[in-house]
Design a protein around this ligand. Structure first.
Ligand code: NDP
Length: 301
């Protein structure tokens, strides 16, 4: 389909954004669904995020995805929060909506030929469900009763912490560069899930899963996100790195060499993107087409 004046847009915004495989995944899906929509990517600084959301709203974008470092900031910027964003503590998907003739808010896809004046931004979180689906599919992990060391306390880590706790992990250990953020996250997880043992710092005992939700590993010369003097990788059975490019981070290489089961964030990216597309389009997302587009983009380029 060629671009024309009726073409509608979705986009991912982040900083940096060049590593994103989301456009390849979403555009493959849009083609398969026969939608005259395009999915773009924009490098937006955190201090311009509010303007970027307002711009997309004014231009009647269908929706946005948010990535590093915007997911927590957006909690305060969208007009209304879905239960998922409230529950998992971060926004990674925005759907733009307008009122129909009965005054009910509808996704902008419903307004093909009219341009409503009043548009609102509705924030969702699809990361948390996607993570637990990927842990099941890619590591065969059922979270209930497991012990987890979670690295990071940003948007993705917060969503992961609440999701892990809601799936009744037995113990959750939080480590983050800025310790105060890990302490605040631990406090909030304890408040919402009193049955889960939550502590900050490296555990003294082995864990079932080490989960990297920091951005360390995205850049070529990044150090490991883990202090191996305090916690050797041999102390975990499985390692999941939310990073998907490079396909194998130094953390995953080290863990694989130590005999751990490993998986990167491709499955999570797939499912959070597919769930976002379903929120925007109201149609089942073609997940296998999206997975194939991601693999091609990440492993063959
Ligand atoms: P945020 O910016 O919200 O958080 C970044 C996290 O990384 C913080 O905990 C931060 O620590 C830590 N960090 C950043 N730089 C350093 C450093 N130099 N040393 C130590 N820690 C550091 O980002 P997100 O939570 O949104 O994303 C985190 C990672 O997860 C990214 O790599 C992202 O690509 C990936 N991700 C993957 C997804 C997928 O679908 N596969 C989905 C979502 C995220 P501090 O608090 O001290 O700043």
């Amino acid at each position: 389909m060629s671009l024309n004046a009726a073409t509608r847009y979705c986009a991912v915004v982040g900083h940096p954004i060049r590593h994103s495989a989301s456009p390849a995944m979403h555009n493959a899906a849009l083609t398969e669904l026969g939608l005259d929509w395009r999915y773009l990517a924009f490098d937006v600084l955190p201090e311009r995020l509010s303007e970027a959301i307002a711009g997309a709203k004014a231009m009647r974008f269908i929706g946005l995805n948010l990535t590093v470092p915007h997911k927590l900031l957006a909690l305060e910027m969208v007009d209304v929060l879905d239960e998922s964003a409230r529950k998992w503590g971060a926004v990674n998907t925005i759907r733009f909506e307008a009122r129909d003739g009965d005054g009910a808010w509808q996704p902008l896809r419903a307004f093909e030929h009219s341009a409503p004046d009043e548009i609102r931004s509705h924030g969702f979180n699809t990361d948390a469900a996607a993570l637990s689906q990927s842990l099941k599919e890619d590591l065969g992990l059922d979270l209930s009763g497991t012990t987890v060391l979670l690295l990071g306390a940003g948007g993705a880590a917060s969503a992961a912490a609440f999701k892990l706790a809601s799936e009744k992990v037995a113990a959750l250990h939080l480590v983050n560069r800025t310790e105060s953020k890990a302490l605040a996250l631990a406090e909030e997880v304890r408040r919402r899930h009193p049955g889960v043992r939550v502590s900050c710092g490296y555990p003294n005992q082995p864990v079932d899963l080490l989960l990297n939700a920091t951005s360390l590993g995205l850049k070529l010369n990044d150090p490991l996100p883990l202090d191996i003097a305090k916690f050797p990788v041999t102390q975990t059975r499985a390692v999941y790195d939310m990073i998907y490019r490079p396909a194998e981070t130094p953390l995953l290489q080290t863990a694989r060499a130590a005999g751990c089961r490993t998986a990167n964030g491709l499955g999570m990216l797939l499912h959070q993107g597919a769930d976002a597309l379903e929120i925007w389009s109201g149609t089942p997302a073609p997940r296998e087409t999206m997975r194939a587009a991601l693999r091609k983009n990440i492993y063959e380029s």
